[in-house]
Design a protein around this ligand. Structure first.
Ligand code: AMP
Length: 308
């Protein structure tokens, strides 16, 4: 079975949307990535750090999905990373209210020895030096390294970010961040510029407007499924990344054609994530509903046009 190594935060999140508010619930990029990737036939592990305050039931939830947690460091007396956000009425934009790095501030990731030969590495949104450290610990070059990042690191750690971007194969980034990273308004130009920085593939996420995949002169577009109810978009980007990398690890095929399918799997899983608060919807997802929605994706995008 292929191995997928996931690096990212495990967090307490407190979320406010127009539909309600939560106290501290389970969140974090690695959590969403892991839950999403667990839908595929892969052996996955999370590298992260938590404090002693994270309830055991949260860890059990991840272990029950067969995610190896031996790379999750528990800091004695430490406090787990805490993030709080508030969504605007359109749910497309949000304000970060609180970011308490806590144990994440001094995080030195340690890749478990049995995952140093992972086939696919998913570097969740973290300090770029932490992401680079994970790459450097791998015994052999993974078949595929995917990186997610955000504007925060572009503002504060650009040289370190550019250094890690050089080493990766795929970057997932949202439209505004792609513009910020390159200074290009056109996403086509931005994607071309990012490819000169390192990654051969660029995925630009556009929230409820889907995702674009760029490679050389090729472009592929996947819409987001139009949903009746969007409740909480938190973790949608990470869920996308988990579906994208889980599928690629399972199939072992990293051609452009197969990356298109990976984008669809990522978008499909993300469509579930937003239907409930936090990780709730991902926890009890079954194969049947996933497949049903894949069919909806197909119907949404297929047409048979006759050229004159
Ligand atoms: P997304 O909605 O996909 O952008 O991801 C939201 C998740 O990212 C939340 O569960 C947060 O706990 C986590 N998160 C937010 N800010 C950071 C940060 N600076 N470092 C690591 N994880 C973060």
């Amino acid at each position: 079975m292929s191995k997928l190594l996931i690096v990212g935060s495990i967090a307490f999140d407190a979320i406010e949307t127009p539909f309600g508010k939560t106290d501290k619930i389970l969140g974090g990029a690695a959590t969403f990535i892991g839950l999403s990737a667990s839908q595929f036939n892969v052996s996955s592990a999370i590298v992260s750090v938590i404090g002693e305050d994270l309830p055991q039931e949260y860890l059990d939830l991840l272990s029950e999905k067969n995610i190896d947690l031996s790379g999750v460091e528990v800091v004695k007396g430490g406090k787990t990373f805490f993030w709080s956000g508030k969504y605007h009425n359109d749910l497309n934009s949000r304000d970060t209210l609180i970011t308490e790095l806590n144990v994440l501030a001094n995080f030195n990731p340690v890749v478990p020895s049995n995952f140093k030969d992972a086939d696919v590495v998913m570097l969740g949104n973290l300090h770029p030096s932490t992401q680079l450290s994970v790459i450097q610990q791998m015994e052999k070059r993974p078949k595929l390294i995917v990186l997610d990042t955000m504007n925060f690191w572009m503002d504060s750690e650009l040289p370190a970010l550019l250094k890690v971007i050089k080493e990766i194969d795929v970057i997932t980034i949202n439209d505004e961040e792609a513009r910020q990273l390159t200074g290009e308004y056109s996403l086509v130009k931005a994607a071309a510029k990012i490819q000169t920085m390192g990654p051969a593939y660029v995925v630009i996420k556009k929230g409820e407007h889907g995702a674009l995949l760029f490679h050389d002169e090729h472009v592929f577009y996947a819409p987001a499924l139009p949903l009746e109810e969007v409740f909480d978009p938190t973790g949608a980007g990470d869920t996308f990344a988990g579906g994208f990398t889980g599928y690629l690890a399972e199939t072992g095929n990293i051609s452009f054609e197969n990356l298109k399918n990976a984008v669809i799997h990522g978008s499909n899983l993300a469509s579930f994530c937003v239907e409930k608060f936090g990780t709730q919807r991902l926890e009890d997802l079954d194969k049947q509903e996933i497949n049903q929605r894949l069919l909806q994706f197909k119907e949404l995008t297929q047409f048979d046009i006759q050229l004159q």
